[in-house]
Design a protein around this ligand. Structure first.
Ligand code: OGA
Ligand code: ZN
Ligand code: ZN
Length: 365
């Protein structure tokens, strides 16, 4: 049991669970940090019990005499010490990084009817999105707009300039190369949006064309490889903001972000990579040289065959993936063939929330 002496007073008091400090109906804090008296100290500390009889410590505070009772279990889990705090679930530290061989025999997939009827299957599928960056749902009805119902199983649809959903099929006057039969190399979608859609869904309605196979690359794994193999290039890509842009008759979007986004601790947290929509960088010339060398190095790495898991979507397959981590790709296909996907975007915090609620129910069941 770590001692309370190591606990900074303002930190400990800010976490007081009493009903004067927190609304018991919702756990929300009722005070402002500025309401706490200056020079706060724990005047006395003694062993106590919570209202339900669990072991606890009672602190009486000076100068205001406030009384706080902290369950031992909470103190064990939260007192500051040498342990590193758990991450936010979104960085490389909280993921299982993979290459194609690493997914052999454990391709993340689930059957739609089990997914929609068995909460354990739902939770396992959503867990796969958090852990591996994707799940492939099989046997989803190959119906128009069904992709929206798939998104609604775990969250809310994120509408964009492409609409509530977007059609991926050959168009006569495409505003995006996705809507042609061209090969599309590994990329993340909508890097020109801020915030970027964090989840993407692709639901296959028809895939009878020659070609049009799918590929996924773990961008966190690729970025970690770049860091190991070419630390300078990695550093440049975490630092240089890149103007991503998209424009058509109704839209003019731009977002300035590095290709590799890191959290305040320097951990990989967000990949943006899309050769179609990188705009014109305006930086000092020597920085541009360094950026282009690094961009090429990362681009080459992303095309390594061993990094890409390849498969073919069949009608009824719906891929759900983390658009801040995975890059997706497709091979070229014959434009005369019948290939039709419907795509939609959603938010990964909503998926994580649905998963946490499901796990909470499992724990109390
Ligand atoms: C897209 C895309 C992949 C495909 O529309 O963003 O990458 O398989 N499509 O057509
Ligand atoms: Zn209190
Ligand atoms: Zn795409």
């Amino acid at each position: 049991m770590p001692t309370l002496a190591s606990a900074p007073p303002f930190w400990l008091r800010d976490n007081c669970p009493c009903t004067d400090c927190r609304d018991p109906r919702n756990g929300q804090k009722l005070f402002q940090i500025t309401d706490l008296p200056a020079g706060l100290t724990a005047a006395t500390v003694r062993e106590a019990r919570t209202a339900d009889g669990s072991p606890a410590r009672e602190v009486v505070w000076a100068p205001d005499g406030h009384r706080s009772v902290y369950p031992e279990a909470w103190l064990d889990a939260h007192l500051p010490g040498d342990r590193t705090a758990p991450g936010d679930g979104r960085t490389e530290d909280d993921k299982e990084l993979w290459d194609a061989a690493g997914l052999a025999g454990r391709f993340p997939e689930a059957d739609w009817s089990a997914y929609t009827t068995d909460p354990a299957v739902t939770a396992a599928a959503l867990e796969n999105v958090m852990r591996f960056g994707f799940v492939l749902l099989r046997g989803v009805p190959a119906r128009d707009r069904q992709v929206l119902d798939v998104a609604r199983t775990f969250g809310f649809v994120r509408e964009t300039n492409y609409g509530e959903l977007f059609e991926v099929r050959v168009e006569a006057d495409p505003n995006n190369l996705a809507f042609t039969g061209a090969r599309i190399t590994p990329h993340t979608d909508n890097p020109y949006r801020d915030p970027v859609p964090t989840l993407q869904l692709l639901h296959c309605l028809a895939n009878a064309a020659r070609g049009g196979d799918s590929g996924l690359v773990d961008g966190f794994h690729a970025a970690a490889l770049l860091r190991a193999e070419d630390p300078e290039a990695y550093e440049v890509l975490t630092r240089v903001p890149v103007p991503f842009a998209f424009a058509d008759a109704h839209t003019s979007l731009v977002a300035h972000r590095p290709l590799i986004g890191t959290d305040p601790g320097g951990r990989i947290r967000e990949i943006r990579f899309n050769n179609r929509s990188i705009g014109t960088l305006r930086r000092p010339a020597e920085e541009l040289d360094a950026f282009y060398a690094a961009y090429r190095a990362f681009g080459e790495l992303l095309l390594r065959g061993e990094l890409q898991v390849e498969f073919r979507l069949a009608p009824g397959d719906c891929l759900i993936f983390d658009n801040t981590r995975l890059l997706h790709a497709r091979t070229a296909f014959a434009e005369s063939g019948d290939r039709h996907l419907q795509g939609a975007y959603a938010d990964i915090d909503g998926l994580a929330s649905t998963l946490a609620v499901l796990r909470g129910k499992e724990a109390t069941a």
